[in-house]
Ligand binder design. Structure first.
Ligand code: ADP
Ligand code: MG
Length: 483
């Protein structure tokens, strides 16, 4: 017979009370409610995500000990989080977190299981809580979702970003008043798009605190839109976005192949633009090369200014590294910085990754940062960083392998050999890229997502039944992976 959850929790509280100050106890433990106990898992209800994070950060050991004491070695803990209702209005339905997570903390500290955060399965970490469902929302309450350190002071200037940076500054100083509306920033991964658009948002917030600024990724926007349909509050969704004075939408290419979301965004765009509001967009390609985005939306993107970010040159890369170590309050010999800058020359994000690895290596092993140490870390880093494989690259590889013109593979041709090559391109794109089925289909003969799914199934079936075919697939796969 298991003990009741209330009894278990009051047992824990008795221990906790003895171990922390009354003040902390009242702040962090008194508001917790035990909810249930099932198979040695005690579920606690806490008032907010922040509350949960605080408990995890400061009281994990204490909680661990007391749970073990009450429930034995296999005792575990789960949290149920109530949506933050500090903006007024009533408490919403609790966001119960079911599954225990696999995040590092949880692995290091079994047996307490830590819940996953409350997003809907997105891959980008925390989702924006759907602000528009908070009752009685006032404009002033909208949180801009900006990252403070992504400001202009920290954004190093160079030839690679001159136009984008100065246009961004102009927009930051006069949102909605320049001809750069929308302002579209594009580049490949890791070259500073997200940083730059945050900097613009921060500039606007500093100069015009009364303006409503919102940073949102196209993926978050899509999820919120889908939620709003599910919950029947699409009007609230639209009204919420119509209140924004500066809307920053990151990674717009994620809207490819999502016509309904594009449609709402199109109308929102028109509304904001007509009312003199500023729109900033980022993308991984220039508008002319965007695929899967409706022409009427593309034509809007061309109204303002498109500016790209390029790979910074050697000196600028050094300046970026210097800024970073200066901000972090660490020191590093000049020759090490030069080595990083020389070797890591395609993405600023990866370059920063190498820098962090070197710092970590030296502090963990208590070694000085020498050229030798840096060279070893960079070497590992370069080898371990998988090069990004694109759909275009896959198409090229497949078409060369079968000696079929690339154009044919991208066309709608139904010739048997073309169809099979196209299906292979779809299959590899699904395996090696993060692109959605819709995007893959769009780039391979303008097909829909169902066709891509079917292609993947067909290839798998063929591989199971035809040894020669399987060999082809493995051959091509190894060529693709050499990249
Ligand atoms: P993207 O959105 O294009 O993938 P990010 O904005 O995420 O790239 O930038 C990747 C990393 O590089 C971030 O840590 C960012 O701060 C840094 N970074 C990019 N450009 C600069 C710059 N000009 N000066 C300083 N840091 C930069
Ligand atoms: Mg980005």
């Amino acid at each position: 017979m298991e003990k009741g959850y209330e009894k278990v929790w009051s047992g824990c509280l008795a221990v906790i009370k003895d171990n922390i100050s009354p003040n902390s106890y009242n702040t962090w433990f008194a508001p917790i409610r035990p909810v249930r106990l099932r198979e040695n898992v005690l579920t606690l209800q806490v008032p907010s995500q922040f509350f949960y994070e605080w408990l995890e950060e400061h009281y994990i050991d204490l909680l661990k000990k007391t749970i073990k004491k009450e429930l034995g070695q296999n005792g575990r803990l789960e949290y149920s989080i109530i949506m933050d209702s500090s903006h007024g209005g009533s408490t919403t339905k609790p966001y119960t977190v079911h599954a225990p997570t696999l995040n590092k903390k949880a692995l290091k500290n079994p047996p307490i299981s830590v819940p996953i955060d409350i997003n809907q399965g997105g891959s980008t970490g925390r989702t924006l809580p759907n602000p528009f469902i908070i009752p009685g929302l006032k404009k002033i309450n909208i949180h801009p979702q900006l990252i403070e350190s992504y400001n202009f002071d920290n954004f190093v200037q160079g030839d690679c970003n001159r136009l984008a940076r100065s246009a961004g500054l102009a927009v930051g100083q006069n949102p909605g008043k320049t001809s750069f509306n929308p302002l579209l920033i594009y580049s490949t991964n890791g070259l500073g798009k997200t940083h730059l658009v945050h900097a613009i948002g921060i500039e606007v917030k500093n100069l015009y605190p009364e303006k409503t600024v919102l940073y949102v990724t196209a993926e978050q926007f899509t999820n919120q839109f889908i939620d709003s349909i599910r919950n029947g509050n699409q009007n609230d969704f639209v009204h919420f976005y119509q209140m924004i004075d500066l809307l920053i939408m990151d990674d717009i290419h994620c809207l490819a192949g999502k016509p309904k979301t594009q449609d709402v965004f199109f109308h929102l765009f028109n509304h904001l633009h007509q009312n003199g509001k500023q729109i900033i967009i980022t993308s991984d390609t220039p508008p002319v090369e965007m695929s899967g985005i409706e022409p009427r939306l593309l034509s809007r993107f061309k109204w303002g200014l498109s500016a790209d970010l390029q790979v910074p040159d050697f000196e600028t890369r050094i300046a970026i590294l210097q800024k970073k170590i200066h901000n972090d309050g660490v020191e590093m010999p000049g020759e090490v910085l030069e080595l990083i800058s020389a070797k890591m020359n395609t993405s600023i994000r990866e370059m920063e990754g190498a820098l962090i690895s070197i710092l970590a290596q030296s502090s963990m092993n208590k070694k000085e940062i020498t050229l030798d140490l840096a060279a070893r870390v960079i070497d590992k880093f370069v080898k371990n960083t998988p090069k990004e494989i694109s759909i275009e690259y896959i198409q090229k590889t497949v078409s060369q392998y079968f000696e079929i013109p690339l154009e044919k593979l991208k066309s709608k041709s139904r010739k048997r050999e073309t169809v099979q090559a196209r299906q292979l391109a779809m299959y590899f794109s699904k395996m090696h890229t993060k692109a959605s089925l819709a995007v893959i289909g769009n780039k391979c003969g303008n097909k829909d997502h169902a066709t891509v799914l079917h292609a993947c199934k067909t290839i798998k079936n063929l591989m199971d039944t035809d040894k020669r075919f399987k060999k082809y697939v493995e051959d091509i796969d190894s060529i693709i992976k050499i990249k």
